[in-house]
Design a protein around this ligand. Structure first.
Ligand code: FAD
Length: 502
């Protein structure tokens, strides 16, 4: 028996930073936040280590921050949107401070980290490497205390509901095995990224692009799904997901070396260890693939300060039996962030009436082919709030018949098959034969589990990666190593065949 819930207000799917930031400004509209897991769990937001990029330093400005963002994006960033994002930075830090986030600072200034491809130290942090956890805790507490917000966990969204005109009217969810249909005036997808589609990832494993796939199946435009950022320095000690060794370590002088102790980055890029993420990821991928091995040596740069300065990284290493004060940390690239996503405008509106998207599942035009480090918490908090404000203005379109169809669950063994194939063929380096093999594997799985959400998301990545016959940012084709000009976006609509559009 299906349970039906009619919610006259905004429905937010996802309890990470984007979802909660969207929910807060919806007042006085009643706002229902659904999350698959308890708040703070299963969300990348809680795991963010580096911090939030914001031009709050004396030598910095939103214009400089936007310039770095555009440069990192490899020709595919909307410069106006990038500036709109970076102008939000100082205000977002102030707003989060007002909610109780204790950023690292003294009386006069913030302690700022330098991360790759930033021309200034610009990353505002909390307790060294605990920014995400502290920020999500503060925003979560504010949401739980807000009278207009109701948070319900244990709801797994399976499909979007649409009326006969195609307007999105809510979702079909699964609660402890029972189907629940929830209709609302506006629906915001804030389901995060898709690192869980890969065998080696820094993301919570359950993040497999559900929101992206649901939106695509409903006919929403999807932008640049092939651009997946691989973090170069996931800690390679056999854990799934792989813990991260934040880039701030390299900002403080930690060095990438091979197994023989030779530095890896000199001669690869003028910025050395702080070269853009895609460059470092490829260098480390090569070092691992050809047997040299890749390690992050923080012994001299951090040394005995490790436990106090980077408690999360220190704890992750120690729990796997490695003391980073005494030994270099083995590292490998891991799927980390999805630059592509559900295409949105400045208000977070998708191409479908009634449907909004925020955070990592959305593509707002600010990450291009390569995200600038620590811009995503800013996007989730800043653009997320703007999306909530816009969604709160949507009127309830009234009752109408809503045909239901839901995607099947992908069994765990098949999830693992998919993850292995994605890491192998749609990873740091790609080529046509590998991507075709990946598509064959997806076809075989799809024949048994038609349109299972992880398969829909994976297929969009694979097809767009195959269609993009160039190397740009995080997308590196061994068979097309050069950039093709002019830079073009991939814009997909069902049946998700890659259509290159300007
Ligand atoms: C280890 C790590 C370190 C990072 N460090 C930084 C950093 O220092 N700075 C920075 O800017 N960015 C960092 N990032 C990236 C950043 O954390 C994310 O991009 C950002 O937090 C995404 O926020 P979000 O709200 O969109 O998604 P998330 O925080 O991932 O939240 C997604 C939510 O959606 C829910 N959900 C998913 N699918 C469903 C479904 N089907 N039904 C119901 N609910 C669902 C999840 O349960 C969760 O509540 C890091 C990421 C990782 C993994």
């Amino acid at each position: 028996m299906i349970e039906r819930v009619r919610h006259d207000g905004v429905l937010v799917v996802g309890g990470g930073l984007a979802g909660l930031s969207a929910a807060l400004p919806c007042a006085p509209r009643p706002t229902l936040v659904l999350s698959a897991e308890p708040l703070g769990g299963g969300a990348s937001s809680a795991w963010a280590q580096g911090g939030i990029a914001a031009a709050v330093g004396a030598e910095d400005s939103p214009a400089l921050h936007a310039r770095d963002t555009v440069a990192a994006g490899a020709g595919l960033i909307d410069a106006d949107r990038a500036l709109a994002l970076t102008e939000l930075g100082p205000g977002v830090v102030e707003r989060l401070s007002a909610l109780g986030v204790r950023f690292d600072r003294d009386e006069t200034r913030y302690h700022l980290s330098l991360e790759a491809a930033h021309s200034r130290p610009r990353v505002v942090r909390v307790g060294g490497d605990g920014a995400g956890c502290a920020i999500l805790a503060a925003v979560g507490a504010a949401a739980l205390a807000a009278p207009h917000i109701q948070v319900r966990t244990g709801f797994h969204a399976r499909a979007l509901l649409q009326d006969a005109a195609g307007r999105v009217r809510g979702i079909l969810a699964d609660q402890a095995g029972r189907p629940v249909e929830i209709t609302a005036s506006a629906t915001i997808l804030a389901t995060g990224g898709l690192g869980g589609l890969y065998a080696v990832t820094t993301n919570p494993r359950a993040l497999r692009g559900d929101g992206l796939a649901m939106a695509a199946l409903a006919g929403a435009a999807v932008l640049d799904p092939e651009f997946v950022q691989f973090h170069p320095t996931a800690i390679d000690l056999g854990l799934d997901p792989a813990p991260l060794a934040t880039e701030a370590l390299r900002g403080e002088g930690a060095v990438l070396i091979d197994g023989a102790g030779r530095p890896i980055m000199p001669g690869v890029h003028p910025d050395g260890d702080l070269a853009p993420r895609d460059v470092v990821a490829r260098a480390l991928h090569g070092a691992v693939a050809d047997g040299r091995g890749a390690f992050l040596d923080a012994r001299r740069a951090i040394g005995s300060r490790f436990p106090a300065a980077y408690p999360a990284v220190f704890a992750a290493c120690m729990s796997a039996g490695l003391d980073p004060r005494a030994e270099p940390i083995p590292v490998a690239p891991a799927a980390h962030f999805h630059m592509g996503g559900i295409e949105i405008d400045a208000d977070g509106r998708t191409s479908l009436a009634g449907l909004f998207a925020a955070g990592e599942c959305a593509a707002a035009g600010v990450h291009g082919a390569n995200r600038l480090a620590s811009n995503s918490l800013l996007e989730a908090a800043g653009f997320g709030a703007a999306t909530g404000q816009a969604a709160a203005t949507e009127a309830d379109p009234g009752a109408s018949a809503l045909p239901l169809s839901s995607s099947p669950e992908l069994p765990e063994a098949d999830v693992q098959r998919l993850r292995a194939a994605m890491t192998r063929h749609a990873g740091v380096v790609r080529d046509a034969p590998g991507l075709r093999r990946l598509l064959t594997a997806i076809d075989e799985l799809d024949a048994r589990h038609p349109d299972a959400l992880p398969l829909v998301a994976a297929r969009m990545i694979a097809e767009s990666a195959l269609a993009r016959e160039e190397s740009r940012g995080a997308h590196h084709r061994l068979d097309f190593p050069a950039r093709a000009e002019p830079a073009q976006h991939s814009r997909l609509f069902l049946p998700y065949r890659a259509a290159i559009a300007a």
